[in-house]
Design a protein around this ligand. Sequence first.
Ligand SMILES: [Zn+2]
Length: 119
Amino acid sequence: MALWGKDIARTKYVGNVYVDQLNRIKKESGALHRIAQKCENCNNNDYYSIYETFRVFRIMSIPLIQCDISYYFSCPECNFGFKLEVEEFKKLEQIALINSKYMEGKITRSEFESGLRDI
Ligand SMILES: [Zn+2]
């Protein structure tokens, strides 16, 4: 019997990081220097969207391995973006998760602000 495998790509939306948050991190820590203050293509965005992509190898609809994880960010206005290094993603992910929690009403304004300060 032959085994039929399928190699599937998945994209997971992580969240948004606003340009003023990005600029604060850049100023304070000197990190994230590869990412322009505003989209270097259209200069017209208020935030960047952060994504995680990976491949899942499935055999007979059973997901077996998750591999080739990579991270991206993109401009919501023009879709310009590039692949992030893991350290860049880790920082942006923290901000994006705090933003999402705050938007969904899961944390208060002061928890939101102190969460951002701790990054
Ligand atoms: Zn853009």
